[in-house]
Design a protein around this ligand. Structure first.
Ligand code: FES
Length: 95
């Protein structure tokens, strides 16, 4: 079995009931997924910068939508699409 290289950053976006009110987390997920896919396609065979996962709740609903980046444990609250772009620039386009 060949080990896949681990991405440098693991992005976890909450898609729980509160964070996804009005389908806002779905919108954020679509933007993040496109950015991660684009970055990974641009550098085939290299260790990906980021992976994207979702959570059902990150236990900070009142300040959602929320996202956490590991291994840094960087936490982002009150996300919208505009706030997502610097996060993509920092963690997804890290070349
Ligand atoms: S629903 Fe997102 S933190 Fe609880």
């Amino acid at each position: 079995m060949i080990d896949q290289p681990k991405p440098a950053h693991r992005i976890v976006l909450c898609r729980g009931d509160y964070c996804n009110l009005g389908r806002r987390a779905d919108t954020l997920y679509a933007r993040l997924r496109d950015a991660v896919d684009e970055a990974n396609r641009a550098t085939p065979g290299e260790t990906p910068c980021a992976s994207l996962r979702t959570a059902n709740c990150l236990s900070m609903c009142a300040v959602g939508p929320n996202l956490v980046v590991y291994p840094e444990d960087d936490v982002y609250h009150h996300l919208d699409v505009a706030a997502l772009e610097p996060i993509i620039e920092r963690y997804v386009r890290c070349r």
